[in-house]
Design a protein around this ligand. Structure first.
Ligand SMILES: NC(=O)C1=CN([C@@H]2O[C@H](COP(=O)(O)OP(=O)(O)OC[C@H]3O[C@@H](n4cnc5c(N)ncnc54)[C@H](OP(=O)(O)O)[C@@H]3O)[C@@H](O)[C@H]2O)[C@@H](O)CC1
Ligand SMILES: Nc1ncnc2c1ncn2[C@@H]1O[C@H](COP(=O)(O)OP(=O)(O)O)[C@@H](O)[C@H]1O
Ligand SMILES: [K+]
Length: 510
């Protein structure tokens, strides 16, 4: 059975409230700390055995993150590691004081300077966890900077100290961990681009939170979730019914390409091909027709009149014809000279995906007002730059990336997929999916075109699932394809054509 606890992502305040429920139900605070920290200590001993990592330095903060670190210090000491503790704070929470006293009584040495720990072969970071709310004090920033210049591995407990649990931002500075053991539930910071350089390899330590404890704090369905392979597989239009025909397997219209960006039309179509969509129509400027037919022989290529700049000048469809598609994806490579066609597709009576230049054209209008008039769903797929152009007022607010995305989705009444190292997808009600893994191999022209085609093809084929979920599923397979291709070909070998070929391989590989 799916462990739904693994898919839920919380903020610091939600984690605190869930923790409070557990304590209120009778779990002693000290027992929960002991349990969580013992699990960390076991994991650390697996990852860094005493035979190879004899000496360990433990960084202890004033709160319960420091308490966890002291339990780890005690356990590692008892297991035979040589342990030194750096504890730069005078005022500690009482449980942390108790663990400090006990560790001292065992014979563990404490220091208020970091230098004695420099030669340790491993560091455990328990300075701050989800209780960090403000900038690190200057003396701690200095310590963190020194440690980041040292070369031994660092395991952070719960979060790399200095990282804000929700925004993922470094508050003045932050530990660059080799490994982070996230306690209990995934926190938002683990999926924020700005935190990636600090997290190292991340894993969740499950200390037995049950779903009903989560539902006593969160609304159902959970507002922010992590997409995974099991969920993404269920979102694919598989198995196909045995009696079907091409038009029952969805008809997607792509509106893409220009003389200048002819390849974008091919790449979008290759992404759509990999989705298995029943019928693919591709509207391109007329001079691209021969090339498209030779590259995508199975697609219906619709030649459109083109303007003097080589962009699509008009669409040879009546509004009724346009409404017959299951979904339309518009924008890849169309250039900003294709204004009139974006205006036309905005009124289609089917789901509409807008990407690339369709977003840039849209951003010259009152985005929120224009999208509010759409009666059918709209999916926007901006990268950061396009997002800023679409929603300058939201970006100017001092909101973090996730909140900006959720605000924009709500105000524009659309599904927004915000591209990045960690792509995030939100709808108008605030429901959000985060894509947990990707690869910088995708930071390459054309990757986004493949995503748009794939997404269009998946939406076209699926009748019984939520649009938000299918969009997130497409983003998941796109990232997985990049990861698999990079593994087999290095990060330099993932051009967009290759990426499209890896989509099917990613789906069948376990
Ligand atoms: N999830 C769970 O269920 C479990 C959670 N557990 C663990 O508890 C951790 C959360 O513990 P926590 O609430 O005590 O907060 P933590 O992160 O240790 O730091 C807060 C302390 O630092 C202080 N402080 C804050 N900012 C500061 C600054 N800039 N500069 C200086 N001081 C600053 C703040 O004091 P303040 O001055 O704000 O009163 C407070 O004393 C969590 O991450 C996990 O490791 C496990 O034990 C069991 C299961
Ligand atoms: N550093 C990165 N790590 C992971 N994925 C990335 C990274 N940079 C970009 N991507 C992904 O690559 C794709 C790039 O899309 P986009 O910016 O639209 O490019 P293009 O328009 O050239 O196709 C997006 O899906 C994005 O999430
Ligand atoms: K920490």
């Amino acid at each position: 059975m799916k462990n739904i606890v693994e898919t839920i992502i919380v903020s610091a305040s939600q984690m605190q409230q869930i923790e409070e429920q557990i304590f209120a139900a009778g779990m002693p605070v000290s027992a929960l700390m002991e349990k969580a920290a013992r699990l960390c200590s076991d994991r650390i001993q697996d990852l860094y055995p005493q035979s190879a990592f004899t000496s360990v330095g433990i960084l202890v903060g004033p709160g319960h993150n420091g308490g966890d670190a002291l339990v780890v210090a005690r356990e590692l000491y008892l297991a035979g590691y040589k342990v030194k503790v750096f504890r730069p704070f005078f005022k500690l929470k009482s449980l942390t004081t108790n663990h400090s006293n006990y560790a001292t009584s065992l014979g563990i040495n404490f220091y208020d300077e970091i230098e004695p720990l420099q030669k340790c072969q491993l560091l455990i970071d328990g300075l701050f966890g989800f209780g960090l709310t403000r900038e690190l004090p200057p003396n701690i920033v200095e310590v963190v900077n020194s440690i980041n210049n040292w070369s031994q591995p660092v395991v952070s407990i719960d979060l790399p100290s200095g990282i804000h649990t929700d925004t993922g931002e470094a508050l003045g500075g932050a530990i660059k961990a080799s490994h982070t053991l996230c306690l209990g539930l995934w926190k938002q910071a683990f999926f924020q681009d700005v935190a990636l350089a600090y997290l190292g390899k991340s894993e969740r330590v499950d200390f037995g939170i049950l779903p009903h404890q989560i539902w006593s704090v969160l609304t159902k369905p959970a507002p922010v979730k992590k997409m995974d392979r099991e969920i993404a597989l269920k979102l694919l239009p598989l198995p196909r019914p045995s009696v079907t025909h091409k038009y029952s397997q969805g008809h997607l219209l792509l509106i893409c390409g220009s003389l200048r960006y002819a390849g974008a039309a091919i790449l979008t179509a290759l992404g759509a091909r990999a989705s298995g969509v029943g019928m693919l129509s591709v509207a391109v400027p007329e001079s691209l027709k021969t090339m498209m037919v030779s590259q995508i022989p199975e697609a219906l290529i619709i030649e459109c009149p083109e303007n003097k700049e080589g962009a699509i000048a008009s669409l040879p469809f009546s509004q009724t014809n346009l409404n017959q598609f299951q979904v339309i994806a518009c924008g890849c490579g169309i250039t900003k000279d294709a204004k009139s066609i974006v205006e036309k597709v905005l009124s289609v009576e089917c789901p509409l995906i807008l990407d690339a230049d369709a977003l840039n054209i849209l951003s010259e209008q009152d985005v929120i007002e224009v999208l509010a008039q759409r009666e059918f769903p709209t999916v926007l797929t901006p990268h950061e730059g396009e997002f800023k152009r679409l929603f300058p007022e939201i970006v100017n607010d001092t909101l973090d990336r996730l909140t900006r995305l959720q605000t924009a989705a709500q105000q524009s009444n659309s599904i927004i997929l915000l591209k990045g190292a960690r792509t995030a997808i939100a709808n108008e009600t605030g429901l959000t999916w985060l894509i947990p893994e990707s690869t910088p191999a995708l930071a390459r022209g054309g990757s986004g075109d493949v995503l748009t085609g794939l997404m269009g093809g998946l939406i076209a084929q699926t009748k019984d699932k939520k649009l938000l979920d299918i969009v997130a599923g497409a983003a998941f397979w796109h990232a997985r394809s990049g990861i698999l291709a990079a593994k087999e070909r290095t990060e330099l070998g993932v051009d967009a054509t290759t990426l499209a070929e890896y989509i099917q391989l990613a789906i069948i590989s376990t």
